[in-house]
Design a protein around this ligand. Structure first.
Ligand code: ARG
Length: 458
């Protein structure tokens, strides 16, 4: 098959060689962006007097028709034309005749593909930002229902201090807030036009790069033509922000998996987000949470892969860069899927308030309360720590908790202990008293929820 670039060739490559070089089986995902970019380019060629108006109109009509077909899934692509750009150009020529060959005036596939990627990512990143916001809303709503629900707080996965369940949920809301911020901030680099950089050096045609940028709603243009065609930072950044987001989702999934186990029983994942076992009739598995945790690995992989692809490349375009696409497409799909599934899982899960609260009463996570109690009465904290540590030991020997220890034992340990220690030991009070900024005290948690709700409106 004759190539669109075949002029200087006397021999053709074997089919299997062409197959290896082709990207059409994955870059066809860029079809709409590719045609939109071409419409802007040819419009500009007309405005700048580079192509006659009639030609521009014919080309635009042809492209518009192809765009419609693309949206209806009516285009069929061919490996013979290597990639999305040449496939569309070939289809255009088939559609409107040789005048279609004028579309590529003053342009190269190098600035074309970069433009497509910018357009593609802009749309998907905006979708991801919105999905993060929706997930935050779901979490804040859950948090509002559980401000006074207690759950053990952990460090080293050992019971540490009781906290408000809402506070725990809100910790993730803030992580997702940073994710949303990062993606939003990255838009200013994604939303830059490489179009008009040509193959690498610009062009001799009197093009107007600002016009194509405007037509495609880019905020600005790349200042340097070499940089414009060889920059893939914006994709690496996207993969990096996606990795961070997936890491947050994955940590949360890990907690859902733990919490839904027989050992914790803090939550129950809804039947609609769980699966059974083919052999064990009693099983209900948190597959969706496990999968999100698992899929985090492939997103990290895509990040490392592209960093590695880019690390040794001389300027400007190199074919290696065709490898930027599959990881990006897969990441977009993985992140969007994970965000949707995760929000659904949180929305529908059952929170076992009774089990969580019971857990906060059957441990020593109120020991810090006693140490603080003594410290507030003037005992140096380090000494208070020691005294309470001994009391914990006494309890362990007797198989009881601090709440069950009689007052006279406390008073032998320190005469500063009074009847009101039992109030201090109550986990509900322990949580409520942590009113330092950003702490788990109920008033602080309420404040945080209000603040976030306002941020999510904005
Ligand atoms: N399919 C190519 C890619 O994705 C398009 C750019 C090709 N440019 C070139 N000079 N071969 O990178």
């Amino acid at each position: 098959m004759k190539k669109l670039w075949g002029g200087r060739f006397t021999k053709t490559a074997a089919q299997w060689v062409d197959d290896f070089g082709a990207s059409i089986h994955f870059d066809q995902q860029l079809v709409e962006e590719d045609i939109e970019g071409s419409i802007a380019h040819v419009t500009m060629l007309g405005e700048c007097g580079i192509l006659p108006k009639e030609d521009v109109e014919t080309i635009k009509k042809g492209l518009t028709k192809l765009l419609e077909k693309a949206k209806n899934g009516e285009l069929s692509f061919s490996v013979a034309y290597e990639d999305i750009h040449l496939n569309i150009e070939k289809m255009l020529i088939d559609e409107i005749g040789p005048v279609g060959g004028k579309l590529h005036t003053g342009r190269s596939r190098n600035d074309q593909v970069a433009t497509d990627m910018h357009l593609y990512l802009r749309k998907r990143v905006m979708e991801i930002i919105e999905l993060i916001r929706q997930l935050q809303r779901v979490l804040v709503e859950k948090a509002e229902q559980h401000i006074e629900t207690l759950i053990p707080g952990y460090t080293h996965l050992q019971r540490a201090q009781p906290i408000s369940f809402a506070h725990h949920l809100m910790a993730y809301v803030w992580m997702f807030e940073r994710d949303r911020e990062r993606f939003t901030e990255s838009l200013k680099r994604i939303n830059k036009s490489p179009l008009g950089a040509g193959a690498l050096a610009g062009t001799t045609f009197p093009i107007d790069r600002h016009l194509t940028a405007k037509l495609l709603s880019f905020d600005s243009i790349y200042e340097n033509s070499l940089d414009a065609v060889s920059d893939r930072d914006f994709i690496i950044e996207f993969l990096s922000h996606s990795s961070m987001l997936m890491m947050h989702l994955s940590r949360f999934c890990e907690e859902l998996i733990l919490w839904s186990s027989e050992e914790f029983k803090f939550i129950e994942i809804d039947d609609t987000f769980a699966t059974g076992s083919s052999i064990m009739p009693q099983k209900k598995n948190p597959d969706m949470a496990e999968l999100i945790r698992g899929k985090t690995g492939r997103v990290y992989g895509h990040l490392i892969a592209l960093l590695t692809v880019m690390k040794g490349l001389p300027l400007a375009y190199n074919k290696d860069m065709q490898e930027d696409k599959e990881g990006m497409f897969d990441t977009v799909q993985t992140v969007i899927g994970s965000l949707k599934i995760f929000a659904g899982m949180i929305e529908t899960m059952t929170v076992r308030v009774d089990v969580m609260e019971k857990a906060t009463k059957q441990d020593f996570s109120n020991a810090t309360e006693l140490a603080d109690y003594l410290a507030k009465k003037g005992v140096p904290f380090r000494e208070a720590h020691e005294i309470v540590g001994k009391l914990v030991l006494t309890c362990l020997e007797r198989g009881i908790f601090l709440m069950d220890l009689p007052l006279d034992v406390y008073r032998q340990a320190s005469p500063l202990f009074e009847e009101d220690i039992y109030e201090a030991l109550d986990p509900h009070n322990a949580v409520n008293r942590r009113t330092s900024a950003g702490g788990t005290g109920f008033t602080e948690v309420k404040k945080a929820i209000e603040k976030v709700k306002q941020m999510l409106e904005a």
